[in-house]
Design a binder for this molecule. Structure first.
Ligand SMILES: CC(=O)N[C@H]1[C@@H](OP(=O)(O)OP(=O)(O)OC[C@H]2O[C@@H](n3ccc(=O)[nH]c3=O)[C@H](O)[C@@H]2O)O[C@H](CO)[C@@H](O)[C@@H]1O
Ligand SMILES: C=C(OP(=O)(O)O)C(=O)O
Length: 513
């Protein structure tokens, strides 16, 4: 399955779903079987020119032209009032952790409900390149993963690997199989320097030493670690916790991990490993005890849980456009502080009874956002490790504070470069001043106005621009939205179902005449 056929497959699926057609309906239009459409959309079918033409005709979509005309962009017409209900999809970050953890299992892994996003495609390209067999099954959101007996890290797709930070999480699984291996430097959002040292420090307790050479991490493993290991993380990061858990999962004996993150993606990883027979005590707390096993060879199915960051994004869409919408399937445990801060700012919500996600663990609620008169919070808004306000949800408060009356301060102590990207909101009319690299002063309310903007090179700030554009008078052309597609599945189409007016176009923005 090549990257090109996968992205063409996705384009076809997007065009089909934007017409509300089932795979069966498209198959009828093409005069082919539904299973063929399924294979095409999954990128598992070589397309003949005649099939490309048939697809282009049926979907009224000039596929070849489209595919070669540069970046994807969004044209957003505002202001919009939204209404209706929308479901939160599963999380990028949990999918990343669990996909990496599938390397630990020699049995068949099926991951259900995976969001079809660029980040998943990148890690899948990397997995495929090292010999893992991946097949999209069901309606196209379930992934079957079968790893070979011997992985081939030497064949790694470097281009794909360098575009995702999650490649770092191959260190934990691979150290079980190789004494000596190399991984390309990690990518991900441009948020300023993102440290890898905590990963090296934690994994050194499992016998791994890593040196950085020529844009690669060169890893060496010495296997004489004690049976009862104590690892105290030097910071409570998410991916470092996940890496240490994956290293411990297949190292026989007990590993106690202190200062661990209890965040949503870490919990999903732990629930998945439990299904594989790895006992983990303390899930959701800062001390985890992992009972490692020598080998894992289990056929397993796991549902990834709903994304609290996507939930916050969709709630923000309702708040900034002063609309009434219901965001279903919000993982409430990971949004508690966000709701408390919004409540203080005057935001009115209605909550449904709690129910459980498909993984049988994560607590969900449906949340209705009511149009509200917001005022600035009394204190600065700042993130903390779980169970604090999530760092990835902080950017949405910049848009919300710009909507509120009064003066707010957003304090991002975590990243050197994320606050800077949020100052882009001033191009849409917000009164935002960067006090220093970590603090924003925002004076609202804002009369948002549309214009052409290049996406900032960071996922959440880019989505913030999109959300503000929904409330902005006129047209916003948001250019080069790869960064948004990295973490959100089909956002324009889903927001359009609520009444937004977002067009997808490729290449240059349309001219006025
Ligand atoms: C694939 C994935 O899951 N990515 C998420 C993960 O990235 P990841 O776990 O890779 O986070 P990073 O290590 O890049 O960033 C965390 C930042 O917080 C700092 N820090 C963190 C904890 C702490 O106790 N002290 C401290 O200083 C780190 O030094 C670093 O600057 O977690 C980040 C923080 O939640 C999220 O933004 C990312 O979306
Ligand atoms: C920073 C993020 O992701 P990543 O770690 O993949 O760059 C994010 O999800 O906002």
């Amino acid at each position: 399955m090549s990257a090109t056929s996968e992205s063409i497959g996705r384009m076809i699926r997007d065009a089909r779903t934007s017409r509300d057609w089932s795979q069966k309906r498209l198959a009828e239009e093409l005069g082919t079987a539904q299973s063929a459409v399924h294979r095409i959309e999954a990128g598992q079918q070589n397309l003949s020119l005649s099939m490309i033409n048939r697809l282009a005709e049926a979907l009224e979509m000039p596929l070849i032209q489209t595919a070669t005309q540069g970046s994807m962009n969004f044209e957003i017409q505002g202001p919009t009032t939204l209404s209706g209900e929308i479901d939160v999809r599963t999380s990028k970050n949990a999918a990343m952790a669990v996909l990496c953890a599938s390397l630990l299992n020699h049995g068949r892994t099926v991951l259900r409900g995976i969001a079809r996003i660029e980040e998943v495609d990148r890690i899948n390209e990397v997995l495929t390149s090292i010999g893992v067999k991946l097949t999209w099954i069901g309606e196209g959101n379930d992934l079957e993963i079968i790893r070979p007996e011997h992985l081939k890290p030497d064949h790694i797709d470097e281009r794909a690997a360098r575009r995702t930070r999650s490649i770092l999480m191959f260190l934990g699984p691979l150290l079980h199989e190789f004494d000596d291996f190399k991984l390309p430097y990690a990518g991900g959002c441009d948020l300023g320097a993102r440290t890898v040292h905590p990963h090296m420090s934690a994994l050194s307790k499992m016998g791994l030493t890593v040196t950085a050479t020529d844009r690669n991490y060169q890893a060496k493993v010495v296997r004489d670690v004690s049976d009862a290991r104590q690892i105290t993380l030097i910071e409570r990061g998410d991916t470092v916790t996940e890496n240490a858990i994956m290293a411990a999962a297949r190292t026989p004996g007990v590993t106690t991990l202190r200062n661990a993150s209890g965040n949503y993606m870490v919990q999903d990883l732990c629930f998945f490993l439990e299904r594989l027979g790895v006992r983990i005590d303390g899930i959701g707390t800062t001390t985890l005890t992992i009972h490692g096993v020598e080998t894992i060879n289990t056929d397993v199915e796991y549902y990834i849980s709903e994304d609290p960051i996507e939930a916050m994004s969709l709630l923000t869409a309702g708040i900034v456009t002063r609309s009434e919408i219901t965001v279903r399937r919000c993982p409430v445990e990971f949004l508690d502080v966000e709701f408390a801060v919004l409540d203080e700012m005057g935001q009115v919500f209605e909550f449904s009874e709690e129910y459980t996600s498909h993984n049988g663990k994560t607590r969900l609620v449906d949340v209705t956002v009511k149009p509200s008169d917001l005022h600035a919070p009394l204190d600065k808004i700042h993130p903390m490790p779980f169970p604090g306000l999530n760092i990835d949800n902080l950017p949405f408060f910049a848009v919300i504070c710009a909507t509120a009356t009064g003066q707010s301060v957003i304090y991002d102590w975590v990243y050197d470069n994320r606050a800077i990207h949020l100052s882009k909101l001033s191009e849409l009319g917000a009164n935002i001043q960067l006090m220093d690299a970590h603090r924003l002063l925002i004076i609202g309310p804002t009369a948002w106005r549309g214009r052409q903007i290049d996406s900032p090179p960071a996922l959440r700030p880019a989505v913030c621009v999109l959300l503000a554009a929904l409330a902005a008078r006129g047209t916003t052309n948001l250019m080069d939205v790869y960064v948004i597609n990295r973490g959100y599945e089909d956002l324009p189409h889903r927001l359009n179902k609520l009444g937004a007016n977002i067009n997808v176009f490729w290449g240059d923005p349309p001219t006025d005449d």
